[in-house]
Ligand binder design. Structure first.
Ligand SMILES: Nc1nc2c(ncn2[C@@H]2O[C@H](COP(=O)(O)OP(=O)(O)OP(=O)(O)O)[C@@H](O)[C@H]2O)c(=O)[nH]1
Ligand SMILES: [Mg+2]
Length: 692
């Protein structure tokens, strides 16, 4: 029996990339999609030798039998998704081959495409320079590398410069973007689609309030500190036409979310508060919109305020080449007040006008693709991703891939939480079925089946991993230099957890931007979801501080943290995190109001009382519950609400407090979405002196 080996192993041994091996195999008529697949060693030899393979000794008919065993993927995850009924026939293809010509080694001239995170050996092959020379050159820079080591982009560039070679570094993300632009639809397949409008602007200028007013709900009021920290997607109907809105946060930390919003939008609605004028994130939003090449519409909000000065804003914006029509320009300005509901109709009319001019179309009758807007782990439902479909129609049951995540759409909802079976162009849909968290901003697309999705995701994931490894190494190198310069380097190690992927990213970015001459902020681990025991163990082992954003430690993790003396800090407002960390680094932490947990109660049953709301029948599992105390609702350690205990009852009687081990009825002020299994955590804030 012929020996079989993984494509990835072969690539490694040959010092080339998986893609290269796959390309060779394809040329030899063997189609394989996954680097983890086993292939006949002989077939590989032949593919590389380029010789037309001699007729096999056995096998009679003279026809070559190529055996490609696909064993990885499918078996690996068999999956709980009910039956896994995908049976698509065999993949092994025996299609006729054209004559195989030997691939010449890469010609050492001209710009060379270099995958980011390439190893020394790969670079050697691609540039036609010996590995010894490369290693020697890097040694000259004080860097010891091995043949199989991935190099950072900087190191690769430096090398290329030294050898006088032109290169282009290709990232995994670029490859994906290239894929997206490939889709071309015939004119007759195109149909009108709703416009996607991204609302951007400086923090607190009233973006969410405007959308709330248009949708007639009240989200802005319920946000922690009134600051939007997630991206949101909604649809409204105006003059019989659907319009899709993307709400973005205005705080400085969320640049990535704004950039992402601008990337998927047709029109950027930039909100400027009439009493505040053009501010840093207004300018940033303008830059994002211009970079994305989308039309800009200016909404001057808060015109109800006495200090509103609309002309000043128009004046300020001329500096950015945004000139209103009445001044001879072509930028549409609308004036509005979200609070007083002024100008909303006009805003929507204008949007439709701009959309009409843009003549937005897409092909709804093809396999869907779109962008991941946001993703998070929902306690009950698993990975939940919001996808904005931009082409084709996404159906329940479709196999999907987005970067390193793959799966099958098991269920779909619209922004109101209503079940959908499909979503067409410009529709934001919330889907479940990804095997892991897709990264916000990734292209999400439908592929033939789950196996293909897994294969693609697997390759992408390993590619991203090499890129990450290469980056991390370059970080250590920087430190080596810094250490030489500064004499010593201290690290502030952090473990960061957050409720959704987007905030995690924003938070990590903000933390890594913190500068200090002697201390370097390092994020050892970051993830979405509650703080668990392994986070604590990691922090204990590496003297790290844990930062939780909108998440809490589980009971077990809390106990462990106390045992191990790990500092767990939880926040609900992003700038507080960076403020605290910065202050800590400067040794300037002020005496702080720190919260003290009074107790926890578990919701065992819920009762709807028509007048007062939903009463939670609880068991106090730890400490006490106090009427009037601050309390948050935890669902699998993620904070879903933060408020106060409005009423507390023991057997119909009002109680001031209820002790551990007793049952009670709890009503939280302004919160009725309580579910069995929720945990109420009562707490108070006390001033404590700093230890450090
Ligand atoms: N007077 C007045 N206040 C407004 C108006 N629109 C919003 N506000 C207030 O401005 C504050 C900020 O509003 P948000 O809608 O949260 O602002 P935002 O732009 O979404 O803020 P971020 O998402 O955090 O960037 C809130 O206190 C609103 O009540 C308005 O038209 N008039
Ligand atoms: Mg907002």
């Amino acid at each position: 029996m012929a020996k079989k080996r993984k494509v990835s192993d072969i690539a490694r041994q040959r010092g080339t990339s998986v893609d290269d091996v796959l390309a060779h195999l394809k040329k030899a008529g063997i189609e394989v999609v996954d680097g983890e697949v086993n292939v006949d060693e002989e077939a590989i030899e032949k593919a590389y030798a380029g010789a037309t393979p001699a007729p096999r000794r056995r096998g009679g008919q003279g026809g070559r039998r190529r055996r490609v065993i696909i064993d990885a993927g499918a078996a690996r995850r068999g999956g709980p998704q009910g039956g896994g009924g995908q049976r698509r026939g065999r993949r092994g293809r025996g299609e006729p081959r054209e004559a195989v010509t030997p691939t010449p080694p890469p010609i050492p001239s001209g710009p060379v495409k270099m995958p980011s995170g390439a190893s020394v050996k790969e670079i050697s092959q691609l540039l036609g320079i010996s590995t010894a020379e490369i290693i020697k050159t890097l040694m000259g820079y004080g860097e010891m590398v091995t043949i199989t080591q991935s190099l950072s982009d900087e190191a690769i560039s430096v090398l290329a410069g030294d050898f006088n070679r032109e290169i282009e570094i290709v990232h995994a993300a670029d490859e994906e973007a290239a894929l997206e632009t490939e889709a071309v639809d015939a004119a007759e397949d195109l149909e009108s689609r709703p416009a996607v409008i991204t609302v951007m602007g400086h923090v607190d200028h009233g973006k969410t309030s405007l959308l709330d007013a248009i949708r007639d709900t009240a989200v802005a009021a319920g946000e922690a500190g009134g600051i939007t920290q997630h991206i949101g997607a909604y649809q409204v109907r105006h003059q019989g036409k659907l319009v899709t809105f993307i709400d973005t946060p205005g705080h400085a930390a969320f640049t990535a979310m704004r950039a992402r919003g601008a990337k998927v939008t047709d029109i950027a609605a930039i909100v400027v508060a009439a009493d505040d004028g053009v501010m840093p994130q207004t300018i940033e939003a303008i830059d994002h919109a211009k970079a994305a090449g989308v039309p800009i519409l200016i909404v001057v909000n808060k015109i109800d305020k006495p200090e509103a000065n609309i002309d000043r804003i128009k004046q300020q914006l001329t500096e950015y080449a945004l000139v209103p029509e009445e001044w001879g320009g072509d930028t549409i300005f609308v004036e509005a007040s979200a609070k007083k509901r002024i100008g909303l109709e006009n805003f929507l009319d204008m949007l439709l006008l701009v959309a009409e001019v843009a003549d937005l179309k897409a092909n709804p009758k093809t396999e869907a693709s779109g962008f991941i807007i946001e993703s998070r782990v929902d306690p009950g439902r698993g990975v939940v991703a919001t996808v904005l479909v931009n082409r084709g129609t996404l159906h329940v049951g479709d196999a999907i891939v987005a970067g390193g995540a793959s799966g099958r759409v098991r269920a779909m909802r619209d922004f109101k939480g209503e079940t959908l079976v499909s979503g067409g162009p410009s529709t934001p849909v919330e889907i479940i079925g990804f095997d892991e968290l897709p990264i916000a901003g990734e292209l999400c697309r439908v592929v033939k089946d789950e196996r293909a999705a897994r294969a693609l995701a697997g390759r992408r994931a390993s590619r991203l991993k090499t890129e990450r490894l290469a980056r991390e190494r370059s970080l250590t190198l920087d430190e080596v230099f810094a250490r030489i310069a500064a004499g010593k380097v201290l690290d502030l190690n952090l473990v960061v957890k957050a409720d959704v992927q987007g905030s995690l990213e924003a938070l990590s970015d903000a933390l890594l931007k913190i500068q200090h001459p002697e201390v370097k902020v390092r994020i050892l681990h970051s993830g979405v979801g509650g703080i668990n025991e392994s986070d604590i163990m990691l922090a204990a082992a590496s003297e790290a501080i844990i930062i939780g954003f909108n998440v809490r430690p589980s009971q077990a993790a809390q106990t462990l943290a106390e045992q191990e003396g790990v500092d767990v800090r939880t926040y609900q407002v992003i700038y507080k995190v960076t403020e605290d960390v910065t202050a800590a680094l400067m040794g300037m932490l002020k005496p702080e109001y720190r919260e003290v947990v009074l107790g926890q109660a578990e919701v065992r049953a819920t009762f709807k009382a028509s007048k007062v709301g939903t009463i939670a029948g609880c068991m106090v599992t730890k400490g006490i519950m106090q009427r009037g105390a601050k309390a948050r609702v935890l669902r699998d350690d993620v904070v879903v609400h933060d408020g106060r205990i409005g009423s507390l009852k023991r057997f119909q009687e009002d109680a001031r407090e209820v002790q551990e081990g007793f049952e009670c009825g709890i009503l939280l002020d302004g919160f009725n979405d309580v579910k069995e299994g929720d945990v109420f955590e009562a707490y108070e804030t006390r001033e404590v002196a700093r230890e450090v």
